[in-house]
Write a protein that binds this ligand. Structure first.
Ligand code: PMP
Length: 428
């Protein structure tokens, strides 16, 4: 595989962009090669600047559920652009997308648009704190909610429970308000809540963890969180930036039938343009400026191009049978890869919810960060490089989710499974 042009561009990028990339995982650091630079993407495939075309399971990290360049989305955004790219003033488009989100997501009665998932979670937490008058928050190790200061805290050692910052630059004074529990372990949550009685503003959770690989909630976990929050007056926030409109039209809360107090969204609702959103019940959302005192704002929030891409994308997701079809494709793919691993005599632990899936390089069950961290990341890196050479573009880390789009064909799936078999064979 010739990637000379990508290598040249990476060398140039390193001179003017820290690490050569505008978001760290893109640098391919953990898989030991330089990144490929992308020229274009259509449907299920993505093409680099050297002309190599890959079947894409990153999908821009989740938004591209329709595949790249869906003609309806392209046409509507092009059309919107002709009328102006940003006004910084209210538009009807914002109401349309807000209404679609309110109709779809059980917990959302009112919603505010922002421009990224990070802004959505950061703002949701500020609002939960303002609403409850409490400072502490609980998150789960291995869950990612963007890079706001209070959320860059994760477990790794027991020290994290006491709020030791994970990233330089996060003041201890901020991080001490973030408590870390164990995903899928209600007892760890109960202990933190009991030890901080009356001080916890919110529990924020990815209802299906997608940032330590794909880790589904165990039966009763989300229900248990709901019960704890209701009993203790804690705001339950589902971070559905990844799962919203992905695992079901109404997100994981529709799929599992558990309704949080607030929800954060991003990725799919922007149809590939920069969008995030946070919403919840009227009581909480009314505390937000200008109707309430909790401040939050954005120059490009509700951007007309992004609203248009979002509206068009959600319309297409409403097509009869959409989620059944994407679920079936994803089942064939995830089961095909697990079966390829078995046939090749290489053990993996396979997880999937809807069109999110992960092949963990471990033979043990993965249900939280500690069990995910046991994976053989070196073997994963070898697999990643071999798959790339076979024309399959995966996320360059063991601790990421693979995304299937409606544009992936049976031929794509067959090719991917055959490539996986060849790559697992090499690993033995
Ligand atoms: N929450 C979750 C669950 C995410 O997966 C992500 C991004 N992968 C974020 C928040 C942050 O979103 P963004 O990168 O748009 O800031």
């Amino acid at each position: 595989m010739d990637t000379r042009h990508s290598q040249e561009l990476f060398a140039n990028a390193l001179k003017v962009i820290p690490g050569g990339v505008n978001s760290p995982v893109r640098a391919f650091k953990s898989v030991g090669i330089d990144p490929v630079f992308i020229k274009e993407a259509f449907g299920s495939t993505i093409t680099d600047v050297d002309g190599n075309t890959y079947i894409d399971y990153v999908g821009s990290w989740g938004p591209m559920i329709l595949g790249h360049c869906h003609p309806n989305v392209v046409a509507s955004v092009r059309n919107a652009l002709e009328s102006g790219s940003s006004f910084g003033a209210p538009t009807e488009l914002e109401i349309t997308l807000a209404e679609m989100v309110v109709d779809a997501v059980p917990s959302i009665e009112m919603v505010r648009m922002v421009s990224s998932g990070t802004e959505a979670t950061m703002s949701a937490i500020r609002l939960a704190r303002g609403y409850t008058g409490r400072d502490k928050i609980i998150k789960f190790s291995g869950c990612y909610h963007g890079h706001a200061d209070s959320l860059l805290v994760k477990a790794g050692s027991g020290a994290a429970t006491f709020g030791v910052p994970d990233s330089p630059g996060v003041p201890k004074d901020f991080a001490q308000h973030t408590l870390t529990a164990v995903f899928n372990d209600l007892e760890s949550v109960r202990k933190l809540v009991a030890a901080n009685s009356g001080d916890v503003a919110c529990i924020i959770v990815e209802p299906i963890a997608g940032n330590m690989g794909t880790v589904p909630p165990r039966s009763g976990f989300l229900e248990g969180l709901r019960e704890i929050c209701t009993n203790e007056g804690i705001v339950l926030i589902f971070d559905e930036v990844m799962t919203g409109f992905r695992v079901a039209y109404g997100g994981a809360q529709e799929l599992y039938g558990v309704t949080p107090d607030m929800t954060t969204l991003g990725k799919i609702i922007g149809g590939g343009l920069p969008v995030g959103a946070f919403g919840g019940n009227r009581d909480i959302m009314a505390q937000l400026s200008p109707s309430g005192g909790v401040y939050q704002a954005g120059t490009l929030s509700g951007n007309p191009l992004a609203m248009t891409a979002g509206i068009e994308t959600l319309k297409l997701l409403q097509e009869e049978g959409f989620y059944n079809r994407i679920d079936e494709k994803s089942r064939m793919l995830a089961e095909g890869i697990a079966d390829a691993a078995r046939r090749a005599g290489y053990p993996i632990y396979s997880t999937r919810v809807g069109s999110m899936f992960c092949a963990f390089f471990t033979d043990g069950e993965v249900h939280d960060w500690d069990s995910a961290a046991k994976c053989d990341t070196k073997a994963f890196a070898t697999y990643f490089r071999a798959m790339l050479a076979e024309g399959i573009y995966l996320a360059p880390s063991q601790f990421e989710t693979a995304f299937v789009s409606i544009a992936h064909s049976s031929a794509d799936i067959d090719k991917t499974v055959a490539a996986a078999y060849a790559c697992f064979k090499k690993l033995q």
